[in-house]
Design a binder for this molecule. Sequence first.
Ligand SMILES: [Zn+2]
Ligand SMILES: [Zn+2]
Length: 218
Amino acid sequence: MSRLFPLNRVPLRSLIPVLCLLFGFQSCIDTHHTNRVALQPLGDFDNAWMDSVSVSIKEIYGLETVIRTDMDIPKATFINVKSPRYRADKLLRFLNSVRTDTVHYIQGLTMFDISTTKHDKYGKVKEPESKYYDWGIFGLGQRPGTASVVSTFRLKNEDKSLLISRLRKVCVHEIGHNMGLKHCDSGMPCVMKDAVETIKTIDGEPLSLCTKCKKKVD
Ligand SMILES: [Zn+2]
Ligand SMILES: [Zn+2]
């Protein structure tokens, strides 16, 4: 009896759509997910700001963004040591828990103040502890990792275009950490410079990577 479907004569490439249907479409499109970032508003967040961030992430890293619908900032991350803030380290865990398989990275964006604990080179809380246990920050990103969070609270300025410029730089900086980039010591202008606790550093750096950092993420 002749074989109706001689599989050994069918090129493997032509079987890929069939295999996708058989074994689930998900695994076949996995490679595309590494190019996507979910932008997750936590509480009200201006859509125009979100669009600016999206454009910058695309320009600098070639990553696509998916703007997600607003979620309340989780109450469990709230702290009130020096002033009302939300713990950025806990927000990163939360963001990873709501990240779906359709994206590789997730970046939370909020207008609330966020904070973390600053450590010294020995891993102890930086002195004075009362200052650094709950330290207000612009943003935090895992290095390497999949989650980052950025707040506009400390980027505020009367000049809206300056605020947007700062926001874009901090968002691009934190995604850089997710992609494995450390703070830049190339001596060239670079968005990956350590802000060293001041907004002036952010204002003084360009919205671009130096050639050394760029090479590492290309
Ligand atoms: Zn950094
Ligand atoms: Zn650099």
